[in-house]
Every structure is written in C-alpha cells, then in structure tokens.
Write a protein that binds this ligand. Structure first.
Ligand code: HDE
Length: 713
C-alpha cells in the first residue's frame, strides 16, 4: 500500500482538524498567552516563597495533577493503529450494511489490541487472552467489532463477568500477582465453573502468548445476526485470519521477554507499521441461515462454543490492513471507546446472554473512564457520518448546535432532525418473534461443557499438547490450596485422562472423580437435568484449531540478528542481508558493543545492539556471521559465555540458527554441537544454506525437536 495515499481517508482527514504540531511555535498557556519564562515560579524574592498569583505555575501544575484517567477495568494494556478495511466479496445477499456490500469499498478503521488482566503498565507477554477491537468508521456510522484472539469465552452469562474478573485480577488483600492467572483466586473460580473448560484449553495453549499482534487471529466470539434488504436473517460469526499465519513464542521465552522488553508487542506493531510492513488479516464470516439455528449439537447462542469450520466453512470476504501509527497514544489509543452496541443497519445482536450483558457495560464504563456522556465527541471516537440529534450539554460538550430546538416533535425547528425511514438507512431492530416467560435461568442447551474442550485438545499437535500441559502445571503449581488443584484436575479428567493424570502427578494431587461437574448450578436447580456429562465431540478434530497448520511460507517482518565483530566478512553479510530484506525480513546487527564494526574490507557496519544489552528472545533467527577474525573476537574469554548463552537460548527456543563460514569454534562451544538428530533449523555454511535458512525462518520454529533441544541445555 502506498503510504502517501493513507491520508486520503475520511477518518484521517477528520482527525487532521484536531491535530497540532508544535514545530516552529512559541510556548503559550492554555489561554494562548505567550510564556516568557518556563523555568522559574513567581516568588517574593529570589529565595522567597512562591506567590499564589502565579497563574502560569498554577495552570501547569493543575493540568499535570489531573492528566491521568482511570485505566480500563479490563483490557487496560493495549496498543492501537489506524488502517483500512477493503471488501473483496459482496455480502449483500446476507446484510444490507453498506460497508459489506460494494466490492472494492474501503472503510477507515482504528484497531486496538490488548491483554485482559494486567494494568496499563504491565507486560505484553502475559499468558492471557488478547483483545482485538476494530472500529469501522462507515458512512452509516461507527460499527465496532469488539473481539478477542480466542473464539470462545470463560463464561456463558454476563452475570458471572464481575466474578471472573475479580478472580483473575490481583488478589484484593495484597494486589498480587500482576497480569497473571497463575494464582489461587483464578483457579478457585475456574475449578467451580465447568463451562470455562473449553476456554481454559485455549488460554493454556500457546495462543495466549502470541509472537506478535500481527500473528494472531481475531474472532467476534458471539453469534451475531446479518439482516439483508429483504429482512432475511442469518447468524454470523466473524473471523480475522492473519496473512503471516498464527504464531506464538515459547512460555520460557515469554517470561524472559517480559523482563527484557515488556513492550515487545507494542514495539513490534509500531515498528512494522513504521517500516511499511503493514499488518494484514483476511476477514471472514461463517454464515448460518436463521432456519438452521438448531442444526448443531451445541447452541449458537452459547459463547463457549465454536462452529467447527468442518461444519460451516469460513468465507473470506475482505482484508484488514493497518497502515498508520497514531500520532498520540493518549488521544487515540487510550481514549478510543469501543462498544459491541455500536451497530449499523444490516447487523444485529443475537440473544447470547454474554453479549446481551456487554451491551449495557461498554457505554457505562466510558462514563467513568472518559468522564462524560460526550465521549463520542473525542476525535478518535467521532463518526464520519454527521451526528444530529437533540441530546445536549454535559461535561466538555464541544458541538455547538444552533437554534432553540432540542426536542421532538417540534414545529419551531421545522421538525428537524427527522427520523430516517428504513429506505434512507434508518436502523430498525431485527423483527424477531419472542414468546416466553421471564426466567432467571440457564438454557439446558448450554450444559455440555466438555465436548468442545476435547475437540480443541484432540486437534492439537503433540508439541502443542505438551505446551498446554506444561502451562497447566506452571499455573497450578502457583496455586497454594491443594483442594483447588485437585478440583481443576477433576475437571481436566472430563477432557482427557492422560492430561489429567500427568498434571495431577506434577502438581502433587490425585485424580478424583468430581461428583457434580457443574459446580455453578444454583442450589435450587434440578442437578440431574443440568449436570454436564462427559461427551465426545461430534467433530473429532479440526485443522483450524492447530497452529501447526498455519501459514509457514513467509519471512516478512521477521527479525534476524546478525552476530558480528571486527573482521566480519562483508560479502557474506551483505549478500544474506539483501536476500532476507528482499523477502521483507528485518536485519539487525549485534556486536560486542554498539561501536561501528570494521569488516574485512574496511566496510563499517552500525550495530543496533551490543550483545550484552539484548537477549536472543528478541529475535526470530540468528546468523553467526562469516569471518575468522570476527569469530575469534566473539570467542574472547569475556564474550564467550555471553555469546554461547545467547545462541543456546535461541536453540532452546527452537529458532533457526545459521553458522557462517569459519565459525566452527563458536558452533562447537554451543549445545548445538551435542545434537543427536538432524535439526532442520540449524544451518551450516555450504551450498543452498541461505535458502535452507530462509525456509527454516518461515517455518517459525521446530517445536517437534523441542525435547531434543532442551535435553542439551
Ligand atoms: Fe469486554 N469489556 N466485556 N469482552 N472487551 C471491556 O470496555 C465486558 C467480553 C473486549 O480496546 C470494557 O471500554 C463484559 C468478551 C475487548 O478498548 C468493559 C463482558 C469479549 C475490550 C467490558 C465482556 C470482550 C473489552 C473495559 C461480559 C470478546 C477492549 C473497558 C458480559 C468478544 C476494548 C471498555 C478496547 C473491554 C465489559 C466480555 C472483548 C468493562 C461486561 C466475550 C477487546 O466495558
């Protein structure tokens, strides 16, 4: 995409009117008064007390005192970017939403990714669900698709959301731990909520530690409804599939990144966009005609269930591209306010009881977070369709509405603003027939809690299963109360017997059969009719659920560390660098210090990192650059332990490592020399080795060799 064209979009033009640049300007107060001394307060004497009349100091400090707003109660830590959604295939058959009708139509978007549990300053690499919230600035008003990178949720009913969040957030007595689910209260809650088991499988899988926001899927989670111009209704599930594939880091890597670069995902998103490697997703839909609502052995309204792609394929209809970083984090990323109730004609809600609760929550939370019912006037939240109504006043109102009339019906204002007829784009709620009794209860069709958890687990590759198992062991090992560990293991036993017994052994409990698997049933419910039974999934395994089957043919935006020292071979560095960069990868030089490296032909290379100030967890692959002198320097006694640890760690994390010419001494000093089996991601200098290296990077990791590699460490 051409960067210059990025300004030509309705939303960015609108933001332009609210953007200032301090270049070549004079300092002023907020009242526009030019300030002549920004160093000293006004005093009775050079050494005297400060005067109350110093309105310049008072203004500056008062503003500072109030420059924080409450962070989001969940999803506090996030990063955002502008972009565009392009429709490649019309959905007019299913929906009258204009942005989904005309092929080729481009709609500006703002997207915010987030973790859920941690505070605004917490690490990006927590084991957690990721938010994937998209605001489409359509000509019919804002449409928000406020999704996650996991297609199901922990709970089935909004009533349980505050409990879930209280359980996962830091414990209330000592506010420990930050951004982590590995603690008593979370697992206590989960152990008593069998409905969470499907989501737990996802959250304990590597999906919860993405390599990058650019390499994760997005899901609308709930079933929504599409309504077409004839009023026909289809259920729809929304998907975003990353062009770069779905990839994750290893858990030991995630923990280290949290220390070395807690902004890892934020930085990655920012830098890729700055470098012109625009993150892209295919946008897809799973469509179910309204009359087929009951064709499945799960309920479409149950947010703990997916529709396996084997039953309803995902139809790819559009492309989401992020192509511009915000100018100001607070004004845009922090103040953006999403809401699943921001709809356009042609899209409607389903009765999913989790979604229904969300419809209340999002506006409500903005009132305390952004402080006023006028949050829609903040530039990032403004619709590009003009806003006309009789709502008035309130804190920080900005729009100046002319005339006397702020009511309807009116004759003084000529009846304006008029209600819009349906044919003019007026929103009408889907005309669903309702016939029922008021009842505070869970539908029996929601009671199967284990079959899709089994489906997910069965669909994982062996390394993925091992990672999931290890994650459970890690998390439960932090749970201090044995009964909680035992109850969780009891739940796992309904999913996979081996998984349960392995975890039980590692966390010091026995597998006991739970009498009442559904602990969340109220005392007066009929347990016999509601109890969840262990049930085999009707779809045994689903390809789309394993990351093993993801895109593995690109190295675009992968970060490759070139380790070098003085005397490095210029030819080898330049030739591989060019090859990698021509395929979109990013090459960064790592040297003994950040001083320029003088190569064998006196070329000078600028290192981005010194080897002791960075860890291999920040790179996707390593090239130990060719050159005898360079290798000798790197093997000096002060550097050798740092270098070998650096490489051993990349090896442990199953990354591609390429040893250039004359680097045998380095190779022999690492754990790699002890490898017993052929390792597809270790490349030694020779014929075709550049190509081998490139395909090893594209494959992301060799997870299936992890056991071998780790046994060397
Ligand atoms: Fe949210 N959620 N949520 N949520 N959610 C918020 O809104 C809530 C749920 C999601 O980047 C809050 O503005 C309830 C599911 C994302 O700004 C709050 C329930 C899914 C974001 C809220 C849910 C999400 C939020 C906090 C259960 C995936 C970040 C700040 C009934 C489909 C949006 C805010 C951003 C944020 C409430 C469950 C996604 C409190 C009550 C399921 C991506 O309103």
């Amino acid at each position: 995409m051409d960067k210059k064209n990025l300004q030509n979009n309705g939303k960015l033009d609108q933001l332009q009117d609210h953007t200032t640049d301090n270049q070549d300007t004079k300092l002023t107060t907020n009242q526009g008064l030019k300030v002549n001394n920004n160093q000293d307060s006004l005093k009775t004497d050079e050494r005297g007390a400060t005067l109350l009349e110093d309105f310049i100091l008072r203004e500056k400090i008062t503003h500072f005192d109030h420059e924080r707003i409450p962070e989001r109660i969940v999803h506090a830590r996030g990063s955002g970017a502008h972009g565009v959604f392009k429709l490649n295939k019309s959905l007019a058959k299913y929906t009258k939403a204009k942005f989904l009708n005309e092929v080729g139509k481009e709609t500006p978007v703002f997207v915010r990714f987030s973790t859920v549990a941690g505070g605004a300053g917490s690490t990006d690499l927590a084991r957690d669900v990721r938010g994937f919230a998209v605001k489409f600035y359509t000509e019919e008003g804002n449409y928000d698709l406020v999704g996650n990178n996991i297609p199901v949720f922990f709970i089935q009913d909004a009533m349980k959301f505050p409990d879930l969040v209280h359980a996962v957030k830091p414990e209330p007595d000592n506010a420990i731990p930050q951004a982590a689910s590995a603690h008593d209260t979370f697992w206590d809650f989960i152990s008593l909520m069998p409905e969470s088991m499907h989501m737990i499988m996802w959250a304990m899988s590597d999906r919860a530690i993405p390599r990058s926001y650019r390499m994760m899927e997005g899901f609308g989670v709930h079933s929504f409804k599409f309504v077409n111009s004839d009023g026909a209704v289809h259920f729809v599930k929304f998907h975003f599939k990353p062009k770069l594939g779905v990839h994750s880091v290893a858990w030991t890597e995630a923990q280290k990144i949290s220390g070395t670069d807690p902004d890892f995902h934020r930085r990655d998103l920012w830098e890729s966009i700055e470098n012109g490697a625009f993150p892209e997703w295919d946008f897809g839909v799973q469509i179910v005609p309204e009359e087929n609502e009951f064709d499945f052995d799960f309920d479409l309204l149950d947010p703990t269930k997916i529709i396996p792609e084997e039953l309803v394929p995902v139809e790819l209809v559009g492309t989401l591209t992020l192509n511009r970083n915000p100018d100001n984090f607070f004004a845009e990323t922090e103040q953006v306010a999403f809401h699943p109730g921001h709809l356009v004609p042609g899209i409607d809600f389903s009765n999913d009881p989790l979604l229904q609760g969300r419809l209340f929550s999002y506006t409500d939370t903005q009132l305390s977070r952004l402080g006023s019912p006028n949050f829609h006037e903040i530039p990032i939240n403004r619709s590009i369709n003009e806003v006309h109504n009789n709502q008035r006043d309130g804190h920080m109102r900005q729009q100046i509405v002319k005339g006397k009339v702020s009511y309807e019906p009116n004759s003084i204002g000529g009846g304006c603003p008029f209600q819009a007829m349906m044919k003019d784009g007026g929103f009408t709620t889907n005309n669903e027939r309702v016939n029922g009794q008021k009842i505070r209860a869970r539908s029996k069709s929601f009671v199967d809690h284990y079959s899709q958890a089994k489906l997910f687990f069965n669909s994982q590759s062996e390394p993925e299963k091992t990672h999931l198992q290890n994650a459970l062991v890690f998390e439960l090992s932090k749970v201090t109360i044995p009964e909680i560990r035992e109850r969780v293991v009891g739940q796992l036993n309904f999913i996979d017997k081996n998984l349960a017994s392995h975890v039980a052994e590692k966390v010091g409990v026995k597998v006991k059969k739970l009498n009442n698997p559904n602990g969340s049933i109220p005392a007066d419910a009929d347990p016999a009719s509601l109890q969840s039974e262990e049930r085999e999934p009707s779809t045994k395994s689903s390809e789309a659920l394993s990351m093993e089957n993801t895109v593995k043919d690109t190295i675009e935006s992968r970060i490759i560390g070139f380790i070098m020292a003085n005397g490095v071979n210029t030819q080898a560095v330049k030739s591989l660098k060019n090859k990698l960069e021509s395929k979109g990868a990013v090459v960064q030089f790592i040297a003994p210090s950040v001083a320029p490296v003088v190569a064998d032909d006196k070329t000078s290379f600028e290192p981005k990192h010194s080897i002791s100030s960075v860890a291999s967890v920040s790179f996707d692959a390593l090239f130990i650059c060719s050159g005898e002198k360079s290798a000798q320097q790197l093997m000096q006694p002060d550097l050798k332990p740092i270098l070998t640890e650096f490489i051993n760690e990349a090896y442990k994390h199953c990354k591609a490592i390429y040893f250039g010419k004359d680097t045998d001494d380095i190779y022999n000093a690492t754990n790699i020399a002890k490898k017993k089996h052929e390792d597809r991601a270790i490349v030694n200098s020779g014929k075709d080795s550049d190509d081998q290296f490139i395909s090893a990077i594209a494959a992301h990791r060799v997870w299936d060799l992890e056991k071998d590699r780790n046994s060397m460490a």
